[in-house]
Ligand binder design. Structure first.
Ligand code: NDP
Length: 364
């Protein structure tokens, strides 16, 4: 490309960044999302959810697979000009229909695409785990701050009726003084070729995946920040699935009130369970954090009562999450699950790995 034309394009791109950064989201316009990574979650789960949104719409797609992207664009009414590859991604700066970039990539790519999106003048929704290290998470927060863009983590359970009601009941003292919490998440990872089992892409094993749900539940159910962690890992390294990452990891979190959370994640059994015990009763969810079909009970003196929670903020937890980000941009409020919330988890995750590796408790 001749230098003059390249310079013109660069100038146009930075003008677009400036105007995007200065442009508030009009009240009558839904926020436009670009999904980056058309995989099981981005394409299979998130893309159809815009039909349930009031404040958000799908306006662009980013993929390494042009045929898949074109088919998805046709299905969801995204114009061909709003399809990007990973190489052309930065040109999204000039697309006024995109307000938010939703990063649905393998974990080790979250930081790069969050930072590139912020530099392109876009707000960012990033999937969990936020990143593969504390350093990356901090760089993502700094990039969004520098660009005056919002950063939210895809912690969908904060918009899910059963988890919301469980949080409310726990905070309202339904179980009395919280003493103990158990949070276990796992599924059987059967395909050794999956990126989740490659350290360079996943950053770690079950902890980086299902463990995030166990950790999040321990924090949002108790409403406390842990002060100490003690972890141990059990992985059969001769199993070809676990040559690079851990299978099972268990950790105890100690909270300032004296409450203890016993958390677990694994890739060799199916489990999805949260149990909170207090001095007056218990709150139990099983399954606890699925896309649908969650159930909840409260218990006292050996008697359990099944609870049907009030409806959540949107028809589905995914729509609630997407619209919350759109409304946060509109009102200027910080998303309830911001980059800082993801960073808090990343710090604990690093401490869990350190504790398991060194066989000692780690103060947080
Ligand atoms: P998938 O493997 O199904 O999809 C990932 C997509 O990323 C691929 O389809 C591909 O899209 C793109 N990609 C780019 N580079 C690579 C690469 N080197 N290897 C593999 N894929 C690549 O993963 P998921 O959709 O299950 O997970 C994506 C993210 O979403 C993860 O961070 C995960 O933790 C999170 N997630 C969150 C869930 C939640 O409930 N909040 C549930 C499931 C996942 P393309 O072909 O378009 O380039």
């Amino acid at each position: 490309m001749p230098i003059e034309r390249r310079d013109l394009l660069l100038a146009a791109a930075s003008l677009a960044v400036a105007s995007a950064a200065g442009r508030a989201l009009a009240a009558d316009r839904p926020a436009g999302y670009a999904i980056v990574g058309l995989g099981t979650y981005g394409l299979g789960v998130i893309a159809p959810q815009f039909a349930n949104c009031r404040h958000s719409r799908l306006t662009a797609l980013v993929s390494g697979d042009p045929a898949k992207a074109r088919a998805a664009a046709a299905r969801y009414g995204v114009p061909e000009r709003s399809i990007y590859s990973y190489e052309t991604f930065d040109q999204i700066a000039g697309n006024p229909d995109v307000d938010i970039v939703y990063v649905c990539l393998p974990n080790s790519m979250h930081a790069e695409y969050t930072i590139r999106a912020a530099k392109a003048g876009k707000h960012v929704m990033c999937e969990k785990p936020m990143a593969v290290s504390v350093a990356e998470a901090e760089a993502m927060i700094a990039a969004c701050k520098a660009a005056d863009r919002k950063l939210m983590i895809g912690y969908r359970c904060h918009f899910e009726p059963y988890n919301l009601e469980a949080m409310r009941l726990a905070r309202a003292g339904a179980a009395g003084k919280i003493r103990y919490l158990r949070s276990e998440h796992g599924f059987i990872q059967s395909d050794p070729s999956k990126w989740r089992l490659k350290r360079a892409l996943s950053g770690g094993g079950s902890l980086m995946d299902m463990g995030v749900y166990s950790l999040q539940a321990a924090r949002y159910m108790t409403g406390e920040e842990p002060i100490e962690v003690a972890a141990r890992e059990s992985t059969d390294r001769s199993d070809p699935r676990f040559a690079e990452v851990e299978d099972m990891i268990e950790w105890l979190l100690k909270f300032p009130s004296g409450a203890i959370a016993s958390c677990l994640s694994m890739y060799s059994a199916n489990q999805n369970h949260v149990l909170l015990m207090g001095d007056k009763g218990r709150i139990e969810l099983e399954p606890a954090t699925r896309y649908d079909g969650n159930r909840m009970w409260t218990g006292r003196d050996g008697r359990a009562q099944e609870i049907t929670p009030p409806p959540g903020p949107a028809p589905t937890q995914f729509a609630g999450q997407l619209d919350h980000m759109a409304q946060s941009i509109r009102t200027g409020a910080e998303p309830i699950v911001s980059g800082e919330e993801g960073l808090r988890d990343m710090k604990i995750i690093e401490a869990i790995y350190l504790s398991a590796r060194e066989g000692r408790a780690v103060r947080l």
